[in-house]
Design a protein. Sequence first.
Lengths: 440, 603
Amino acid sequence: MAEHATSSKLERKQSLYQSLDERFEIQNEKYGGQQYSQIYFARLHYMRSVLYSLIPNWKPQLPVCTILELEEGKECIIVGTIYKHMKLKPCILDEYSKERSTVPIVKPHNFMHPDDHLVLEDESGRVKLSGDVLSPSTFVTGIVVALHGKETDAGDFLVLDILEAGLAPQIELSLDSREEKYVVFVSGLSVGDNSSNPLHFQLLVDHITGHLGDEKEQAIASQIVRVVIVGDSVEIPHGILNGQNLGSKELSRLSEPTKELDIFITQLAAAVPLDIMPGPNDPANFSLPQQSLHRCLFPGASTYNTFTSCTNPHLFELDGVSFLGTSGQNVDDLEKYSDAKDKLEFMERQLRWRHIAPTAPNTLECYPFTDRDPFFMESCPHVYFVGNQNKYESRLLKGSEGQIVRLICIPKFCKTGVAVALNLRNLECHTLSFSINLEM
Amino acid sequence: MDGAGTLDILSETQALVSDKLQVVSYKWASRNFLMSSNDAKRMLQELVEQHGSELEVVYVLSGWLKKSPPAYHIMLTSVLKLSEVIKEFEDNCSIQIYSVQACIPKDPATFWNYEFVQAEELFDQLATEENCLWDNRFCGVSNSFVKRNATGPSPIVAPPQTKNTVTIASSKSSGAPTPGIQQQLHGKVQQTSPKTGPSTAALASTVKSETSNSEANDQDGKSLADNGKATSVPGSKKNVQAEKSSSATGSLSNLWGRASAKAKPSPPAETMAHNLTVDMADAQIHVHEATGATSSDDEASDINYKRSSNGEGSRKRRVIIDFSDEENDEDAVNLASPDPPKRKSGQDSDHPISNSDIEKSKVNLATRKEDQLKIKEEKKTGKEPSPSSKEDQTVRDKSKNSGISLSVKTPSLIPVDSANQTCKVNEASSNSPKRRKILKTRIDDRGREVTEVVWDEEEVQNKNTDERSTIIDASAKRPPAVKKFPALPSNAPSNPLGKSGVKKTGKAAGTKDPKQGNILSFFKKVCLNENYITGCRYGIPEHFLQYMYGPMLTFLHIGLGTKPDDSTRVGSPDSGGGSGRVDKNKESGQNNSTVGYRVGFRV
């Protein structure tokens, strides 16, 4: 029987994996009181070189000048970093202001206000932007753009046209000769959370590992070549932590969820290559780029060669398909300070701005890099995924130079029971959903 | 699967479900009955066909949903809902039994609970064991590329333990190539026993008994430790040669340097290392026990302290402390012990090589082993030089007491060796003070007086503090820092001579005392137990201990008195053993240093 069973076993497909997380690793850097200005400087430096290369094709006749060189009425192009002045943006100084009552009440979902306006900065100075072309609601602080316009009487810069960097160049994919292989994304497992049903995750694990279902389903499972856990895998019971030493009982309660997660992903790692990214609620550093979860959290899973603990913006290649993804902080932050019809639009904008976290370090916590801006997108990924969203969304974005990007919003698994499977052959997506329907 | 087996499993499952009201899922069954999950599903199907009326069945439906964004859906459902739910799926969905139970639980997590408990059990099994959780063997999809490295260094323990592991690794690595020596050692011991006379014989026998008594684990550990010792043998030889031909420090430093170099690159195999440490500690304990039992009551108590610490060492973290303890203990003992040369030389061996604590600790380990080895060697070879078995014994005793120091070796060796050696030894000794208290360069002139000045209480204190601070500074240094504290307790209570205790305290400065008390209290119980055990096990009568103890004293006195040059300064050599000398701050320091110096000249 055993021989029969083994002989009839399906063999899982393999794919070539290359982690490119290096740029997100804070290796030996130490915080020495450095300021955030250097990130903005690096960003402006990178982006300006990109934009300067595009301007000749855009408006070759116009002069490019710095903000200090602006002359009233003279049309020109200026390149700089946008700063969005927001009335409602929380400010630490507000707490000390005596006129607090004059500040309008913040809307529940974000800090937008009709009076918000944009300012453009470069090394030489800053200028307030006006005009209808540029709608403040779509932009956030930290984006580098080129603006065509002229200075008005009031000293504003009247914007006539905008040039964004656009999608970064992309390595072309030959999708024809590929075979069916799937990558499964799951986010927001929140193991240990009361609201999550561990049975859902167990079913997902059983499906992926090839326990569940008949031969047909296991054939599908055998095409899964990698599982990516996109943040917020574990819900640490913070209530236990009260700043005092914990008893052994509390300690074990504290570590229980992590162990449970380890048991789950040990089963996964025993069957399929696995990436685990930290998320906003995971036991990792808080600021982006979040460093990989320590392997000691996973004494079981980390013994497998298939287990990879990776950074939060996670960049990797699978059979030549490049993936870039975050655990959702960057999109969530954009949502607080700008407006869009869905999450995918935020993601699309980030790709067009060539920056996955423009609001860092302004409103999104990030490490004060001094020599680089790791969130700058040098090349366009084929798959851009964001975790911990409320619902599943996906779209194929096509760039002006033939770039094709699959955008995926991965919902929280603990809330929805939905994971996402991506077909490497054609970048098509489908959900893997789980439900329990037992009411009598 | 043969029919009979299937029947058994079926009936068992049936019993589980109906009698124990357990939820039996296919996966639980597959793990429980060690069958593939597909077989388990078939088995459950069979069960349902036979006893369907008595069971509630939960099915798992999986397939593509009909709605527009393509979705592969997996759903658990009961029979009642099955027909209704199946409409949402495309036609070719698969329906399989997920679980059988007496009644459907209200909380769906119950389904998962049984499986999870089972998985947790498997998970908690030894990482090195193979089970169906680790290798996922019962699934329908195999992945031959999955590799599991269960024995590899587990990241959890490694970081804190690095220091430990390093030291152990070094000893181990060096020890590994010379397995044969271990046997030699035993052989030596046996050989020596007749030569050295009754006392030594008793010792040897105790040692043997120790080995024989020790449990299997201990023996393993011992063998390992022996290996370590064995490694030390060449080292010791080297040392001897070095003393003969050149300054001991050079060769030693080479030796240590090599060891350290090895140790650092070697990846800490966590479990192995741990075992090693424990084992080594055990082995050391054994030796100490043997020696301690013979030497004297007080000493025994001292040793007991050590032992207790060692015993503590069986816990992972403690190991470090133990070593450190021992080192300190030994230092303390050295201080305490009437003959200064020992101390100096020992420190020589330690200090010149490396300032870093790690290295020190290594050195200590190695030296300890060396000492033991040497003791044995000396027993063996001891005959030819005039020194009687008595001296050997004393040497041995000292060595055991002090454990670490090469100096022990030197006195015994010196008589054997020629005058040249002594000269070199002198050099070494002159160097030694330098190392001891690095700050003093004046020593070079051979001005022993200068060295003596180093020993002043205040200065010593300063140095101590300095040392400690440096230790703390060096990141890994925690263990060494710990060292000092434990060291004191052992000294103060244990030292029969009393001298050592006083000196120690002087040297250690007031800071240590409170801690010492704590640690003492901490170890006390253990010590008592250990004492009791040693007494019982070896059945060594008290008078015998005294007998052992006596010769050592005499030897020490003789040693002190022998040197003509320094004797003047030393004052009364006879009183050297007395505590009175210790009390003088500077004077005592001078004495010590001079004594250390003298060692070289003796003979």
